[in-house]
Design a protein around this ligand. Structure first.
Ligand SMILES: NC(=O)c1ccc[n+]([C@@H]2O[C@H](COP(=O)([O-])OP(=O)(O)OC[C@H]3O[C@@H](n4cnc5c(N)ncnc54)[C@H](O)[C@@H]3O)[C@@H](O)[C@H]2O)c1
Length: 254
């Protein structure tokens, strides 16, 4: 049976770990050829190997999403290798310091979060959209967060960047709806990834506490987010754009 993305080309930033890796694998499962982009070459190459081992097609592209030249080269590499770009998951992100109140937040960390989490998504849009316009359409999914919908104590810069991604997503959705580019965002709740482990490295009760905050009583898996991303990129979601969609089992409504 043909996959939902047969003959499509998909790009994932932060594809070397966590939710980005899960999306890359599911893009490939659905028949897309995949460009896995990351600053972590080892993680990115491992994702490519996993895709190849499962019979899919993928390449690794080194890209720091906060650097325009890297992002431009990443999109060029996708087009040079596979001839087009149909789907993009702009997912790369960092957590920064956690547990500091707004007035305590360090200047350099503030700048770094803005560069990677917010400017990084904008740079991806800046280079992906012209290619999709040339082709007559495409689908883009940005990774925001539950912290892009509600406030989060001790994570002022992170929450500010993720709210920023939500605004950028809605604006781009309006601007490119007519030429046929869907732009949506996913807002994951607490998801079992290396980022979650880093945030809770000094808190042995972190998983228990986060699970208690999730109405379903457990963390989400990277695949539970990736399935939504891939659906948003499929033709089944052709009348969907501009959603900033919680994928959080009800966390933000509580
Ligand atoms: N884990 C959660 O609970 C959670 C919840 C909501 C949102 N998110 C968001 O989901 C996204 C993925 O997070 P994850 O939990 O899978 O984290 P992760 O740390 O497992 O993976 C993030 C990947 O992004 C890469 N990356 C970091 N900076 C980069 C840069 N400048 N350029 C390119 N790649 C870069 C890392 O090398 C890593 O491979 C992030 O945007 C994160 O903020 C995570």
């Amino acid at each position: 049976m043909a996959g939902s993305l047969e003959s499509k080309v998909a790009l994932v930033t932060g594809g070397g770990s966590g939710m980005g890796r899960a999306t890359a694998l599911i893009f490939a499962r659905e028949g897309a050829r995949v460009v896995v982009a990351d600053v972590n070459a080892e993680g990115g190459e491992d994702t490519v190997s996993m895709i190849n081992d499962a019979g899919g097609e993928a390449i690794f592209a080194y890209a720091d999403v906060s650097r325009a030249a890297d992002v431009e080269a990443m999109v060029n590499r996708a087009v040079e290798t596979y001839g087009r770009l149909d789907c993009a998951h702009n997912n790369a992100g960092i957590e920064g310091p956690v547990g500091l109140r707004t007035h305590e937040y360090p200047d350099d960390a503030w700048g770094q979060l803005m560069s990677v989490n917010l400017k990084g998504v904008w740079l991806c849009l800046r280079y992906e959209i012209p290619q999709m316009l040339k082709q007559g359409g495409g689908a883009i999914v940005n990774t925001s967060s539950a912290a892009g919908l509600v406030g989060m104590r001790g994570a002022s810069a992170y929450a500010a960047t993720k709210h920023g991604v939500a605004g950028l997503t809605k604006t781009a959705a309006l601007e490119y709806a007519r030429p046929g580019i869907g732009v949506d965002a996913v807002c994951p709740g607490f998801i079992h990834t290396p980022m979650f482990a880093r945030i809770n490295v000094d808190n042995p009760r972190g998983e228990e506490q986060a699970s208690a905050m999730e109405p379903v009583g457990r963390l989400g898996t990277p695949e539970e987010v990736a399935e939504v991303v891939v659906w948003l990129c499929s033709d089944a979601a052709s009348f969907v754009t501009g959603n900033v969609m919680p994928v959080d089992a009800g966390f933000v409504i509580g």
